[in-house]
Design a binder for this molecule. Structure first.
Ligand SMILES: Nc1nc2c(ncn2[C@@H]2O[C@H](COP(=O)(O)OP(=O)(O)OP(=O)(O)O)[C@@H](O)[C@H]2O)c(=O)[nH]1
Ligand SMILES: [Mg+2]
Length: 359
């Protein structure tokens, strides 16, 4: 090739580059303009109802925002979406860190998507506000789900209190359902409080366990086994299979010691290998059977009504708590009463009565 041709080619190339730049600038300007134009509440609602995931994400961001103007818009969206929600099965998935919840959700979610379900994956992780989103790790564990157009994944909202995080998640569930997601999976870390919160917002509560580890080792409290609608022994693969089968028998025996559930459902113990996609169909069949049974006997709706009542009271308690403790008069008077108590000038009960009387 001659030198001249090279030079010629190089000149053409640099001309091309500058053209591309001009075009990009125009696109960037147009995008900026479009972004500045915030969608109206009406627009967001109709887009959500049409199943638009961008609109859904935007609305969830409004729910999670601490800006009062956003809170008002979020409330309007939730109210408009509410009549279109509820047509779903909400499943809570819990277990100690490392038991395989995210891997299970990847495997279970892919199965559900293949049989035509639309899945929303949410997480309640009270620690995520500190560690800034452990869901990032989860997302890498959910490689296939992330790419699946039937699946919507939303990281855990950060918040100062579990109550706040739980409220946001409950509202997010409503929007996901309105957007057409009919199976909601909520992952929670097995640390105690968060399981109780998730239990009070799902139809079915699934506890993942490992074979061969004592309950103390697994950090699971008795109350959580009592809450479980079924137990799945995960990692039942390779050299673990034998121990998993023994654990199944033991857990089945243990479950029969608990009083019969109000749902009339006898919790099942199942084996699974989330990693190898084994046992997944049986678990879904079991949940499906549960939904059929409880829909027929009325427990499914009853549980949702009870949960609504529970969250109404919880929300009032939360609001009263923060109004009281954030009141500037109370803040000062509280310190004064604490000193009086320390100096034996009053009792905690008299001080409480006095402080409550100030509001
Ligand atoms: N052998 C085997 N390993 C598994 C199985 N399921 C998960 N694992 C592995 O266990 C480890 C933890 O899995 P995760 O899915 O991240 O567990 P997790 O419960 O979501 O953990 P946290 O989000 O930290 O609470 C990973 O290395 C997985 O590959 C399984 O069925 N069999
Ligand atoms: Mg996880």
């Amino acid at each position: 090739m001659s030198k001249q041709t090279d030079k010629h080619k190089a000149l053409q190339e640099s001309a091309g580059v500058s053209q591309v730049e001009t075009t990009n600038q125009a696109i960037i300007a147009a995008l900026k303009k479009r972004r500045q134009k915030k969608p109206t509440t009406q627009q967001l609602v109709s887009d959500i109802l049409a199943g638009n995931m961008t609109a859904l994400s935007r609305a969830i961001t409004l729910i999670e925002s601490t800006n009062p103007a956003h809170a008002q818009q979020a409330n309007d969206i939730i109210t408009a979406c509410l009549p279109h929600a509820n047509k779903s099965v909400r499943i809570g998935i819990t277990g100690v860190p490392g038991v395989g919840k995210s891997t299970f959700i990847e495997s279970f979610g892919s199965y559900l998507s293949a049989i035509g379900k639309k899945i929303a994956v949410l997480a309640i992780d009270p620690s995520s506000s500190i560690s800034k989103g452990s869901i990032l790790g989860d997302k890498t564990r959910m490689e296939d789900l992330v790419k699946d157009t039937n699946v919507f994944i939303r990281p855990s909202p950060s918040g100062t209190s579990l109550g706040g995080v739980a409220r946001k998640t409950r509202e997010t569930i409503i929007l996901c359902e309105a957007a057409g997601f009919n199976t909601i999976l909520i992952e929670t870390v097995g640390v105690g409080q968060s399981e109780t919160a998730v239990h009070s917002m799902v139809d079915f509560f699934l506890l993942l366990k490992l074979a061969g580890a004592g309950d103390e080792l697994q950090g699971i409290k008795r109350g959580i086994i009592e809450m479980a609608d079924s137990i799945v022994i995960n990692k039942a693969d390779g050299s673990n299979v034998k121990a998993a089968k023994i654990a199944k028998v033991e857990f089945n025996r243990a479950l029969h010691l608990y009083p019969k559930k109000a749902s009339n459902w006898q919790p099942k113990v199942m084996l699974c290998s989330a990693l190898k996609n084994e046992g997944i169909e049986t678990i879904w069949d079991s949940i499906h059977t549960y939904v059929m049974l409880t829909t027929k006997n009325g427990y499914f709706d009853q549980r949702r009504h009870d949960q609504n009542k529970f969250w109404l009271i919880e929300t009032i308690k939360d609001a009263l708590h923060s109004t009281f403790f954030n009141n500037p008069t109370i803040k000062i008077a509280l310190q004064q009463q604490i000193s009086l108590i320390e100096n034996q000038k009053t009792t905690p009960f008299a001080a409480a009565e006095y402080l409550l009387g100030l509001t």
